[in-house]
Structure formats: structure tokens, C-alpha cells
Design a binder for this molecule. Structure first.
Ligand code: CO
Length: 134
């Protein structure tokens, strides 16, 4: 059911430093920061030949990234995103298998303008999984 790895998201404590590191030392193609107020994050996309990296930095008072950075002050991998063709069919299959979908289970429009869902990390080996319909 899952397809390509769409992106790996990394929460960063210092966005400017992370941008400088990826564009400088790592020599990557780094996009401009985008504020996503609905998601409580500022996002920077880094285009790699086979996937993307998504740098996440807290935006606003109730950012879902703030608690993660408190527990992981140096930053860390926050989630990975797999592509699916039909997000509703994917949800039904996962719920039937006993997996927990975060929130009310309704797909939301993610940072790429496409429907996304998140799956509970405790059901997936400690890894927060995002599914994106492509
Ligand atoms: Co993501």
C-alpha cells in the first residue's frame, strides 16, 4: 500500500543554523522558509535527488514541535512520510488492523497542499508516520 518515501522531517532548535548547514556544509538544494500557522511550524524543504528533507521549527505558542524539542534539545527526526494513492482507503485499512490515526481521523491539508494523516508512533516502532496522498 505505501509507496515512495516522500520526506523525512527533522525538528531543529535553530532554523538559521540548520539552513546554513544544509546549504553550506552538506551542499543541498534548500528552499525558503514557509510559515504554516495551521500546523504550528515553520517548514524548510530540502530537495534531494530521491526524496525531501523537511526542517521543522516551532511557530506560535501551541506548536506541536515545542514539546519534541524540549525532550530532544539538539533536535531529531520527528516523522517520516510515506506516499499513498488513496488516503481514505489507507485509513480504513490501518484502522481495521488496529492502528491508531491521530486526531479525529479526517485527513488534513499538509505542508505540500495535499491530504495527510498521522499514525500513532506507539503502533509503529516508536516512529511517527505521516501518510500523504499523491
Ligand atoms: Co511531514
Amino acid at each position: 500500500m505505501i509507496g515512495r518515501l516522500n520526506h523525512v522531517a527533522i525538528a531543529v532548535p535553530d532554523l538559521d543554523a540548520a539552513i546554513a548547514q544544509y546549504s553550506g556544509a552538506l551542499g543541498a538544494d534548500v528552499g525558503a522558509p514557509q510559515d504554516e500557522p495551521d500546523h504550528g511550524v515553520t517548514v524548510v524543504f530540502i530537495n534531494l535527488p530521491n526524496t525531501k528533507i523537511e526542517l521543522l521549527y516551532p511557530l506560535g505558542d501551541a506548536s506541536p514541535i515545542a514539546g519534541f524539542l524540549e525532550k530532544n534539545p539538539a533536535g531529531g527526526i520527528h516523522h517520516i512520510c510515506y506516499e499513498v494513492e488513496d488516503i481514505t482507503a489507507a485509513r480504513e485499512r490501518l484502522v481495521a488492523s488496529g492502528a491508531r490515526v491521530l486526531g479525529d481521523g479526517t485527513p488534513k491539508i499538509g505542508a505540500h497542499g495535499k491530504p495527510v494523516l498521522f499514525l500513532h508512533p506507539k503502533d509503529f516502532n516508536g516512529c511517527l508516520i505521516e501518510l500523504e496522498e499523491v
